[in-house]
Design a protein around this ligand. Sequence first.
Ligand SMILES: *Cc1c(COP(=O)(O)O)cnc(C)c1O
Length: 361
Amino acid sequence: MKKILFTPGTLSTSKTVKEAMLEDMGSRDHVFVKAVKDIRDGLLKLAHVSREEGYECVIVQGSGTFGVESVISSVVGANDNLLILVNGAYGERIVKMANIHRIHHHIIRFEEDEIVSPEVVENFLKSHSDITHVACIHSETTTGLFNPIKEIGAICKSLNKVFIVDAMSSFGGVEMDMKELNIDFLVSSSNKCIEGVPGFSFALCKKSELLKAKGQARSLSLDLYDQWNGLETNGQFRFTPPTLSIMAFRKAMEELEEEGGIKAREQRYKTNKKILDEGMAALGVKQYLRPEIQGHIITSFLYPEKSNFNFADFYNKLNEKGFVIYPGKLSKTDAFRIGNIGQIFPDDVKGLVAAIKEYLK
Ligand SMILES: *Cc1c(COP(=O)(O)O)cnc(C)c1O
């Protein structure tokens, strides 16, 4: 039976994207080298920037976390100081990275059901002039909220701080202009809103900042500058590349364009979200976040007010019907999550809501 993934990545991909992985591919094959080049140029275009304007794309093998860690551990130098903005598990993950790599850092923590406050960030930066870099999650997949990266980016720009954004679960599903948002490093991965399969992450980088990372990485495999330099000099990865994942991704990028680009995809995801919201509200299932800060990527739902609700059983029954949902990740509240991203369409969401209705009956 075909399973539909209502999860935040891995997610459902098209048959044609999977078919792009059927041919063995040598890492020095010109077809592969061309695919890597197309992807690197195409990703910059999706972020409304270009090499001519001083932006670069670095592909890093591994999942999304590898890309974030590559940026954090390469671009924040020994004498730099990183401010980490945290309101969920992915922000906490950056704190872990900073600790492991012994990076000087400050943390501002917000509640999981609150967005990062630009005013708080601004005041903090004004009273801590030693801070050089700021890291923030855009779509906090822990809850589904969107942090106000535009406002934070403007503050970073005015105070001359390097702005690093984990846009993992939103890039490709939300229009983002890197320049307008004042983002210096934007990280996402192959298996989120571009709708490819897992295998790599990518960092879109302001070149002037990327160049400063030369020789200051804290690990070999995650050296962002060296990875970029390798791709630049001979079009090759330094270590075995995820060849088939790359081929699938190039196909996925073509399909994104055929769909109508990020705008059209954003609209499809928003439509999925609307059907989900209305369907779940009709079933009396409450959302964790207030709607003003909720994004359209993934939603956290509180456990239904049913004394015998058992998530494992709920998950299994939906799974048997071909609907795969996601457990919660909140630190204090029981919840489950449903994503709107990937190859899922309004009828799929209606099918899921109908299956939930039947279960709750
Ligand atoms: C998916 C995701 C990541 C990366 O997670 P991986 O499991 O390493 O792919 C990082 N940040 C956010 C916000 C995410 O949604």
